[in-house]
Design a protein. Structure first.
Lengths: 432, 294
């Protein structure tokens, strides 16, 4: 009898303790903000965690969970999470993603947040085009990156050439430094998804916008024009005469490594090759220089861009608060400086912040004054004339680099490649 | 007696139910749902506009020259890999089964090695071997003065497909060897002894005794490999990403690019249904052969 009493008593005490612990745990983890980040480098992942912890410290009882994942497959994962009804609260997104995700109804408009921050606070078209669809903001930019051409001062000196000012100069310089026997090449570009951005940069600099709105406000493909043919012919000539033979199989990382290792001189991309140079040949850092892509008909370029989106979850108010916190001047400066080669702060005040300007690595300092001008004259693929829902798909389907690839690989004419590009874009605009 | 039989029947049915449910949800439901999706405009980024489109998705795909190019690439890749795998597989299995072969376990262990390497790793290794700048193939050929400048093996449509097939042969050969070896070991030695007594040469014994006896296994292995390779995604994707200029875009890569570049699930489902019927033809052959074996 006594034994039964003890058992009963211990059971009741255990039950009470379990309930208390459960209640406490429930109170502590009443809210959990989930962030999916595609920015995998350790330095910026750690800084994001620090900023998230600072945000959590301001919200007692809030837990912030960050899941870091690579870019490849991240969009599929986000779309799947929306369909499954368990998306994160906040995620980082690439170019064209906000427009695609807006159509799923899974992300929420951010006009209220933009109103609080100030629409005119963002650099270039980073908010007005890259983060919007039909004039509604669905993403706030976290960072932007100018695309620039790299060159090596010693290679130019050896070839007796100056920094290129025109497309003709660019070809001459790249051709002059190319020496197959020595394993030196003037130019390279990737033919993966990033290759679309590079091709777009050249097209835009020659006045080709790919998509335009007609008088009725409807989108039309306008790529089939002499300037587009001229651009592809120029790029094909540049690649054929100045790039390594296997260039059409290269990825972005491979091109970056070839530049850093002194095999290729010029690429059009972000200044993110500097960390790779530091890794392979730190003694050559001073030998590198960067310039904007020379104008053909106009100044134009591709650009790097990453934004934040908030999902339709019960914590969307908190998600927006976090995004606002992240974009506060000092936090954005901290975050940008954690990986400065790829991330230029997207707000004007952070860009002009003294701590940011002093903290930027020396090799990037010449870029600081010219970056706003580059960004003002660049946009995401096919988004120069405004936001549209097809930009992401044009990039994902490799429509632009494939046109060039067809010319280089199968001998297709530029006219035919442009016709094919036009057909493919038109097909995806009308496909079911 | 009748009640007992009925009870046993119910118990038997109960034992079947879990498997039936799994097949229903994992195989039948997805096929029916894919067929349903293929008749709709189901664009994930326009979810508010899902509507019935009849055969429009099928017409769009069948009119797309890239689809037919991918089918052609798929057939070249599949049969270009299958024939050498079968011929080499038979030859190596015969060698490994030779009674005078020393260190059989070692050789059998070595031959299985490529199968132990994950496909993605194998694809990356071969991709690097054929790289124009760092690749070991160019390094050797340049040093032997066979070529005077690096060759971009994977940037040339013909070479890219050939090297993809070569990698696939290397990767898939161990499975064929293992299956053929198992079949060879099942042949009673008395049959070969009888053939020798009857004066048959080695070749005659092989073609008149060995090959007919292992033919059912060879046929089934070949059909199964055909289905697998026609559906093979990871090796071509990692090694060439379907390039250059679509030269190695096989049907699974075409399906992936069409579906996931713009999240057009209706079109994607239509492609999978078309591929389903193509593979169903191979499956019919497989089941016929299997029933002959049984």
């Amino acid at each position: 009898m006594r034994r039964l009493y003890v058992v009963k008593k211990s059971f009741l005490i255990s039950l009470a303790l379990a309930l208390m612990i459960g209640a406490c745990a429930g109170a502590v983890s009443a809210e959990k903000l989930t962030i999916w980040s595609t920015l995998t480098q350790i330095s910026r992942a750690e800084m994001l965690e620090k900023i998230a912890n600072d945000f959590a410290a301001q919200h007692p009882g809030l837990e912030v969970e960050i899941a870091v994942m690579p870019w490849g497959g991240a969009m599929d994962r986000i779309v799947a999470s929306i369909l499954a009804g368990n998306p994160p609260d906040v995620a980082t997104v690439g170019q064209g993603w906000p427009q695609s995700l807006a159509g799923t109804g899974g992300i929420v408009p951010l006009d209220d947040l933009v109103g609080e921050i100030g629409e005119d606070k963002f650099l270039g078209t980073s908010l007005s085009v890259l983060g919007s669809l039909d004039g509604v903001a669905y993403s706030v930019p976290l960072y932007v990156t100018p695309h620039v051409l790299t060159y090596r001062k010693s290679w130019l000196a050896d070839a007796g050439k100056d920094i290129p000012q025109t497309w003709e100069d660019l070809y001459d310089v790249c051709k002059a430094v190319t020496n197959v026997k020595q394993g030196r090449y003037g130019f390279a570009m990737p033919f993966d998804m990033h290759g679309g951005k590079i091709t777009w940069g050249f097209l835009l600099a020659n006045g080709v916008t790919i998509l335009d709105k007609n008088a009725n406000g409807e989108w039309e493909v306008n790529v089939n024009q002499p300037a587009a043919v001229e651009t592809l012919e120029f790029m094909a000539k540049l690649v054929r005469d100045c790039a390594p033979p296997g260039v059409t199989t290269y990825t972005t990382n491979e091109v970056r490594e070839l530049v850093a290792q002194g095999i290729v001189m010029t690429r059009l991309d972000t200044p993110e090759f500097y960390p790779t140079v530091r890794e392979y040949q730190p003694e050559t850092l001073d030998d590198f220089g960067v310039i904007p892509l020379p104008a053909r008909k106009r100044l134009g370029s591709s650009q790097g861009w990453v934004g934040l989106v908030a999902f339709d979850t019960p914590r969307q108010k908190l998600a927006k608060e976090f995004m606002k916190f992240m974009l506060e001047e000092e936090n954005l400066v901290d975050y940008s400086l954690s990986y400065p080669y790829a991330m230029f702060p997207a707000t004007q005040e952070a860009y002009a912040n003294q701590r940011y300007l002093e903290g930027v690595p020396d090799e990037l300092k010449p870029l600081i004054p010219i970056t706003p001008d580059i960004l003002d004259n660049s946009s995401g693929i096919a988004m120069w004339t405004g936001d549209n829902p097809w930009a992401g798909e044009i990039e994902n389907k490799l429509i632009l680099p494939n046109a060039l690839n067809n010319m280089l690989t199968t001998g297709m004419s530029a006219e035919k490649a442009i016709e094919r590009m036009e057909t493919e874009i038109r097909r995806l605009m009308t496909a079911q | 007696m009748k009640i007992r039989l009925r009870r046993e029947g119910l118990e038997g049915l109960a034992l079947y139910i879990p498997s039936l449910l799994i097949i229903l949800f994992v195989v039948i439901y997805p096929v029916i749902y894919a067929a349903y999706l293929s008749l709709h405009s189901y664009h994930l980024v326009r979810l508010s506009d899902v509507h019935f489109v009849g055969l429009a998705n099928y017409i769009s795909i069948l009119k797309d020259p890239d689809f037919w190019a991918s089918i052609e690439n798929g057939l070249v890749f599949t049969f270009g890999s299958l024939i050498p795998q079968t011929v080499l597989g038979l030859a190596i299995a015969q060698l490994l089964n030779h009674p005078d072969l020393k260190a059989k376990t070692l050789w059998r262990g070595l031959i299985i090695m490529p199968w132990l390497i994950p496909t993605v790793t194998a694809a990356i290794i071969f991709r690097w071997m054929f790289n124009d700048i760092y690749g070991v193939l160019n390094y050797i050929l340049l040093n032997l003065n066979i070529i005077d400048r690096p060759v971009a093996w994977l940037a040339h449509p013909g070479w890219a497909m050939f090297l993809l097939i070569l990698t696939n042969i290397w990767r898939g050969l161990p499975l064929m060897v293992t299956m053929f070896l198992a079949a060879l070991q099942g042949i009673p030695p008395e049959l070969h002894e009888a053939a020798t007594v009857d004066g048959a040469s080695g070749l005659q014994a092989y073609f008149r005794v060995t090959l007919p006896l292992i033919a059912p296994v060879v046929q089934i292995a070949a059909i199964l490999r055909t289905i697998w390779m026609f559906n093979y995604y990871d090796l071509p994707w990692v090694m060439t990403m379907g390039g250059p200029a679509g030269a190695t875009t096989t049907p699974p890569i075409y399906a992936y690019l069409t579906t996931f570049s713009g999240y057009r699930l209706g079109q994607g489902a239509a492609i999978t249904i078309v591929l389903f019927f193509i593979l169903a033809c191979f499956s019919v052959v497989y089941f016929r052969l299997q029933s002959q074996v049984e």
